[in-house]
Design a protein around this ligand. Sequence first.
Ligand SMILES: Cc1ncc(COP(=O)(O)O)c(C=O)c1O
Length: 414
Amino acid sequence: MKWQKRTPEEIKSKIFEALSKNVNYSSEIILGVPASYLDEKVFPQNKTFLKDAAFLSALVQNPNHIGCHTLGESESFFHGTQEIERELIEICGVDILKGEKDELDGYVASGGTEANIQAIWIYRNYFQSVYSAKTSEIAIICSQDSHYSMDKAANILGLQLFKVTTDEQTKTLQKNDLCRILDDSEAQGIRYYIVVANMLTTVFGSVDNPTIYTDELTKRKANFKLHIDGAYGGFYYPFSNKHTNLNFSNPFVSSVTLDAHKMAQAPYGTGIFLIRKGFIHFATTKQASYVEGEDCTLSGSRSGANALAVWMILSTYGQNGWFEKIFILQKRTDYLCEKLEELELEFFRDPNSNIVAIRSSSMAHEIAEKYHLVPDNHHEANWYKIVVMEHVTLDKLEPFLADLKHHFSKPMIL
Ligand SMILES: Cc1ncc(COP(=O)(O)O)c(C=O)c1O
């Protein structure tokens, strides 16, 4: 297992060692790249505090992780820190998502949006290249509760998008609506499907059962690829539900998005894209001839410091530490839900998620504003959500619950 708990000293020395293997713009003669350290007038490297600050040092040295580093050949200038990114991809793909070592490719994307678009881009090109599919014959299928990055992907890539309705109470995929979509789209000439299942939806924290998609599509002998959008839940759900099949142990799953800048509290710019080997080259841009190893990512240049930050976070906890972290968040969310039930308020929560969506009829607008709950729709809210993050402690939930109790026990004015 790659995912080890490391001491702060071990983490620091591994990061500094990696940085030392990267290009040195001061001591070497580097003439050909449009890159250097951060402007030294503004961010001088000789500050003593930087000697103990591995992440800040990485920011200042500014490695560019352009391209994908799980394929073999990459930009040699930054090979020291690319090695850490490779280790991070293995931790996420193998230790968290139950893939096989050396059987996955991946990279640290700008976020969940990019990672989702990257997956859909690859599959569109795969269908076009392997089956000579016309763009008009390829469609995306996801749920009505999916993130709007699906709409962006459909728009950018020129694909049709079909959204399966979910049950109002349980938020589960409606199989009869999926069948209706498949019947209608087949009649319209769709032959290839890019299916995206959610591992925690943005508003409800609901989880799609991928078998609903794969059983029906297999029964119809449809040609499809399955991507998991775990931007919200990727660093949470695999730990709260050990029996999930939203990972690479499920042979239908080809790729997964995780976002370290959500539940893993990493810097923004740390979406993680993972895909089984044999697919990422469908997004290779051959014209990227000046990039060593070519480029099969949507990003182009991207900060290597981001990959190091996620590796540092995961290495600080180790696998057991991460289980404990999620366990505590689960217990706090259980507590919140018990109190909401006592108040007889209406809410949705998947038992393995830390998102609680409260119906607007069970919420007072002023309380939602006071505690900065996020509505599903800023114009007309139907739901307000709470995300039980590290900073959402019982001490912070108590005054909110007391206000709710006070509000809903007010005598009715007739
Ligand atoms: C389920 C889901 N997918 C994708 C995204 C997009 O992530 P990002 O904002 O990092 O692009 C989000 C963001 O909230 C999300 O909740």
